[in-house]
Design a protein around this ligand. Sequence first.
Ligand code: BG6
Length: 482
Amino acid sequence: PALAPCDIVVFGGTGDLTVRKLLPALYQRYRDGQLPEGTRVIACSRAGLDDAGYRDKIRGELPRFVPNAELDQASAEAFIEGLEHVSLDVQDDHSWAGLTAKLPPVAGREHGNDRVRVFYLACAPSLFGPISAGLEGHGLINARSRVVLEKPIGRDLASALAINDAVGAVFDESQIFRIDHYLGKESVQNLLVTRFANAVLEPLWNGRAIDHVQITVAEAIGVGARAGYYDTSGALRDMVQNHLLQLLCLVAMEPPTQVDRDSVRDEKLKVLKALRPITAADAAEVTATGQYATYAEECERPDSTTETFVALKVEIENWRWAGVPFYLRTGKCLDARTSEIVIQFRPVPHPMFPDAEGTTEPNRLVITLQPDEGMQLHLIAKEPGPGGIRLRPVSLDLNYAATFSSRTPEAYERLLMDVVRGNPTLFMRRDEVEAAWAWTEPILAAWEEAGRQPETYPAGTSGPTAATTLIERDGRTWHTRS
Ligand code: BG6
């Protein structure tokens, strides 16, 4: 059936996220004719702009964030001409009149059901509660309303609970879409397919065959204009609590019975609950932090101890993964933008070629998420030659771009369409967010207690030596791209 027309109201309408990600993603879906006919996009912000002023602003910005080849002038202009802007200070009750003038209040939640209303909160999380209350107070919520919450949902468990309570007082959990944009990435969804649409991996996907797992999300960029936010966050809150834990869940979870709104999320939750707590006693050994050399200067806080890099050794206490460490690392200003998941298998049980020359090493399955999606299976082969046996590492290499010619959509395109369709499978359920915080918070507390200082690392390198020590202590090494 055709999708119902939609009113998409974006709070934080002039913000970085809206301009760089949301509007370009909406434009892509609009150009392809996927947005329901008659969809409106109403941006709200405190910038005193009228519709025309906002359109001019976006006219200047859109070409910066949509690749040239994907920007069609006529459709871009039609998209921009459809944008609306409301000047709104959510804390000021009177200023809601601007929004209610554009979006008619409904007589009750069971009314006004013809159009879907999406309230996208791309603003500070401290406003999630007040905005929800404002929407309710001004009669803007109809039976087909959804609210989208951007990260971070809080900065610890207590603040996450408070936000979830405040939004939950107005919206039913089934109406709340908490975004973790990593779940919208093609490569991350493909992880599910790789694991569960292929039979060969599952028998090996456990501690009997796997020695350990590495998850790396390395960024080449620094904090840039986001220093104000980032300095109150750090890599553990900004990346691990959400994106890296989600990747870990997808690697570690049991096969869900189906891909529906609860089956996948139930399985992820079980993984989060099985994570072994990191205590103050073991934090020094299983966590490592770093800060790139120019960071403090960039954020204008010379004594900042915010970590821009973190590495962790994580254990999952269940049958499948007992004794299999998951090493996680993420950081900014590193030597390259690379995200990958490395499944390191155990060595062969008995050396069959003790006299062979060359190298032998255990098999590795490397799933590359960024920048180029792909998968390599590292094996050992015999080098051709008439003499004895000479062993050499080789790899089976799958490159998605070379295999599929279609364009890879941005994560937000997929996720925004899921909101429009009302499918929450790829969004974080309340209990997931809270379980992730419950596990993360003691690490923050342990660092605080120990007065942890991140190790300085030069920009453009692979990060602090403490991360190398963390894994080498176990007789293992970080995977480096060949
Ligand atoms: C965001 C973080 O959630 O993810 C940023 O707040 C980070 O600090 C970004 O740069 C990384 O996303 P991507 O899609 O570029 O890997």
